[in-house]
Design a protein around this ligand. Structure first.
Ligand code: C5P
Length: 402
C-alpha cells in the first residue's frame, strides 16, 4: 500500500523514541522509502545507527549539512518528502512547530515543506493537559497541512496514567496508510453515530440500552479504510477508539444531536446513524440524588429529538443511512422508517435473534433503499461493515448519475 511513498520520519526527545524503530521497520516492510531526521533530544534516546540500519539510509541530524548539495539539506529533504511523520513529537517540538520556529533541522524542514506534517504527540499526561500545550495543538489544528495523530491513553513511563502516550507503531502505520489511501471514499467525510445514549434520571442514575457500539465502530473502520475522513460520535461503550478517526464522546441524545449538527455544519457527505438513541428521556432531572423513601416512583419521560431525521431534513442533506433494530416485521418496519425519516438507505436487523444484533460479534441484515434491497447472511460485524460501505458507495454513485 505504501509502495514507493517517500516518508520522512522525525524523531524528537521522548522515551517513546524506541518505538520509532519499529515504526520505521513496519513502513519499510510496506514498501515505503524512508529518511530519518533526529533532533538533539531524539539522539539522547535512540542511536542514529539503529535508525540508519532500519531505514537503509543515513540519518540527518544537523541543519547545516556540508554533504548536501549547496549545503541545504533541509530544502532537499523538504522537497523530497510526500509526508513528514514526527513520532514521537515532544511538547517542546510541538511548541516550536506551532510558533513557526526553524531552530533545528526538523522544525526548519517542517517549515520549508509543502507536504503534510503529521505529528504523534508523546509526553507526560500533565504536560499534554497543560493549557499551553493544548493551545499549541489547537493552533496546529488550524493549519491545513498539519495533522495530529493521538496521543493515546494509558500507563506512562513515568508511572502516571492518562492521555499522552504515543500511538503504537501499528496504529501510526494505519494512519499513514489511510493518509495515502485512494479508496472510493477518498475526499469524503463520513459522520457516524454509535453506541447507546444515557438519559439522566438524577445525578447518579440513568436510562439506557444494551447497544455495544460494535457495529458503528466497525463502520468507522470500514469507512476509514475506504479512504474517508471519519468522525465517530459515540455514546458510552467499552471499545477502543479506532485509529485515524476523529472521535467525539457524548452521553445523552441531546448531546449526540449537538455533535451531529456541528459535524454536519462543517462537512458531511455521508451520515450513518448506527447509534441506539434512547427514544425518551426523563423530563425533570433533579440536581440532587432521589432518595428511596417512597414505595412507588413515577418518572415522566419526554421524547428525544430524532437525530437521523433531523440530519436528513437539512437542505443539503448528506447521503443518510439509518438502522432499524426490530423484533418483528423487520423489513416492513424498516421500509416505513426509510420513508418517514427521509433516509437514502436503511439497515434492518432482527434483534429478537440471540445470535445477532445488540452486543453480538456477528450480524445478519437486510439493507433497503428506494427501489432495491440486499440481504447479508450471518457474518462478523467488521465484514458486514465493509459490505455496507461498498453498498453505500455504489448507491451514492447511482444517485450522482441520476
Ligand atoms: O429508534 P428507531 O428505530 O427509530 O431508529 C432508527 C434509526 O434512527 C437509527 O438509525 C437510529 O440511530 C436513528 N435514531 C436517531 N435518533 C433518535 C432515534 C433513532 O438518530 N432519537
Amino acid at each position: 500500500m505504501l509502495n514507493g511513498r517517500r516518508i520522512l520520519v522525525g524523531i524528537t526527545g521522548g522515551i517513546a523514541a524506541y518505538k520509532s524503530a519499529e515504526l520505521v521497520r513496519l513502513l519499510i516492510k510496506s514498501g515505503a522509502d524512508i529518511r530519518v531526521v533526529m533532533t538533539a533530544g531524539g539522539l539522547e534516546f535512540i542511536t542514529p545507527l539503529t535508525m540508519q540500519a532500519l531505514s537503509g539510509n543515513p540519518v540527518h541530524t544537523t541543519l547545516l549539512d556540508t554533504d548536501a548539495e549547496a549545503g541545504m539539506g533541509h530544502i532537499e529533504l523538504a522537497k523530497w518528502a510526500d509526508l513528514i511523520v514526527v513520532a514521537p513529537a515532544s511538547a517542546d517540538f510541538i511548541a516550536r512547530l506551532s510558533a513557526g520556529m526553524a531552530s533545528d533541522l526538523l522544525t526548519t524542514l517542517c517549515l520549508a515543506t509543502e507536504a503534510t506534517v503529521a505529528i504523534a504527540p508523546a509526553m507526560n499526561q500533565a504536560m499534554w493537559k497543560n493549557s499551553r500545550t493544548q493551545r499549541n495543538i489547537a493552533a496546529l489544528g488550524q493549519d491545513a497541512n498539519v495533522c495530529v495523530w493521538g496521543p493515546g491513553n494509558g500507563a506512562q513511563a513515568c508511572g502516571d496514567v492518562g492521555l499522552g502516550r504515543m500511538l503504537e507503531p501499528e496504529q501510526l502505520c494505519s494512519c499513514i496508510a489511510q493518509y495515502f489511501s485512494d479508496g472510493p471514499l477518498c475526499g469524503k467525510t463520513v459522520v457516524i453515530t454509535a453506541g447507546p445514549t444515557r438519559e439522566a434520571i438524577d445525578p447518579v442514575r440513568y436510562v439506557s440500552n444494551h447497544s455495544s457500539g460494535k457495529m458503528g465502530y466497525a463502520l468507522a473502520v470500514a469507512a476509514r479504510e475506504a479512504g474517508a475522513s471519519v468522525e465517530l460520535i459515540s455514546g458510552p461503550v467499552a471499545l477502543p477508539v479506532p485509529n485515524g478517526v476523529k472521535f467525539t464522546s457524548v452521553s445523552s441524545a441531546v448531546e449526540m444531536l449537538d455533535a451531529a449538527d456541528s459535524a454536519a455544519d462543517q462537512q458531511c457527505d455521508i451520515f450513518i446513524a448506527a447509534a441506539a438513541v434512547a427514544d425518551y428521556r426523563p423530563e425533570d432531572v433533579p440536581r440532587q440524588k432521589i432518595k428511596k423513601n417512597q414505595e412507588k416512583m413515577v418518572v415522566e419521560l419526554i421524547k428525544n429529538p430524532d437525530i437521523v431525521a433531523s440530519i436528513a431534513s437539512r437542505k443539503n442533506k448528506p447521503f443518510t443511512v439509518g438502522f432499524a433494530a426490530e423484533t418483528q416485521n423487520v423489513v416492513a418496519y424498516a421500509e416505513g422508517k426509510l420513508q418517514k425519516k427521509n433516509l437514502d438507505m436503511i439497515v434492518a436487523n432482527d434483534v429478537s435473534d440471540q445470535r445477532i444484533g445488540f452486543n453480538s460479534e456477528n450480524n445478519a441484515v437486510t439493507v433497503l433503499w428506494e427501489g432495491g434491497s440486499e440481504t447479508f447472511s450471518l457474518q462478523s460485524k467488521s465484514l458486514l461493515a465493509g459490505n455496507i460501505v461498498e453498498l453505500i458507495v455504489s448507491n451514492m454513485g447511482c444517485m450522482h448519475e441520476k
